[in-house]
Design a protein around this ligand. Structure first.
Ligand code: AMP
Length: 284
């Protein structure tokens, strides 16, 4: 099956309706494009369980705040189409903002307490915009399974809650973070790092690993957050947006019931802000 590129909701649904008549299962990979191996690993996972793979590429204005990088977000649709085809995507949905949001305003979706932390705290309204586009895409594509990366661990946790709370039909599949050889999490935004910043950026993952080793030693959450922050600013020119240690996927303070810990951070470089995290299973 070759790659078909569609730009409108109607075209996409026509195509999917035809395929569904043959009783196929649909795997969905939503992205903002400028594809890298992280995105392609979602496709690889999706191919293992689904007959038809739909990828969306949409830089969603609703999840960018004023002064954020919506305009500067990297875009290259020709390259993306080639990579998607090579990876085995069957249908690439690339709507315009007008196609997705024909009217201003409308209904807002308010995520719960999981959005009060981490990126939700530093990007007000971000997850409202994420949930709005995700719900629209789920309704448009009606996928059997949808694939999300652990790189955006808070987004994934909130989407899992959303699906459960609203009885959405799709199954959410978690996909591990794909990294560069030096440990930097692959991200479309990495192209905005200067040469020096690119050399420094692996300090983020190294600091998170240090944090994980401190968890094993029983160091307090506060001290871990401070030591991780210090390691990042000492070894890079990045400034800390946040470093936070919480229970995952609840994103609240760790307590006796917690099964996993996340140490998550956002670090600002001159032209871009990077996020990363590490998950630590708790024994017993
Ligand atoms: P984005 O295009 O950055 O919005 O990401 C689209 C999807 O790809 C999201 O589910 C991300 O979590 C996932 N993703 C982005 N970077 C990575 C990565 N390095 N490894 C695995 N998944 C990723």
């Amino acid at each position: 099956m070759d790659l078909t590129i569609v730009h409108t909701i109607q075209e996409l649904q026509q195509l999917l309706n035809e395929r569904r008549k043959q009783g196929v299962s649909v795997g969905f990979v939503p992205t903002m494009g400028f594809l890298h191996e992280g995105h392609l690993s979602l496709v690889e996972q999706a191919r293992q369980k689904n007959d038809v793979i739909v990828m969306s590429i949409f830089v969603n204005p609703a999840q960018f705040g004023p002064g954020e990088d919506f305009e500067a977000y990297p875009r290259d649709t020709e390259r993306d189409a080639r990579l998607a085809a090579e990876a085995g995507v069957h249908i690439l949905f690339m709507p315009t903002p007008e196609e997705m949001y024909p009217q201003e305003g409308g209904i807002r979706i308010l995520p719960g307490p999981q959005s009060a932390e981490l990126c939700g705290a530093s990007r007000p309204g971000h997850f409202d915009g994420v949930l709005k586009v995700v719900l629209k895409l789920f309704n448009i594509v009606d996928p059997d399974r949808s694939y999300f990366g652990m790189k955006d661990a808070q987004q994934l946790a909130i989407i899992e809650t959303f699906v459960r709370d609203f009885n959405l039909r799709t199954e959410i599949v978690r996909v591990p973070t794909v990294r560069e050889q030096d440990g930097l999490a692959k991200s479309s935004r990495n192209v905005h790092l200067t040469e020096t910043e690119r050399l420094e950026a692996p300090a983020i993952q190294q600091a998170l690993r240090l944090g994980a080793s401190l968890v094993a030693e029983g160091v307090s959450a506060n001290d871990i957050e401070q030591q991780v922050s210090k390691a990042i600013v000492t070894n890079s020119s990045g400034s800390i947006d946040y470093v936070s240690l919480l229970a995952y996927p609840e994103l609240k303070k760790v307590d006796a019931d917690s099964k996993e810990i996340i140490i998550a951070c956002a670090v600002k470089f001159s032209k871009t802000r990077l996020i990363d995290n590490i998950i630590i299973p708790l024994k017993g």
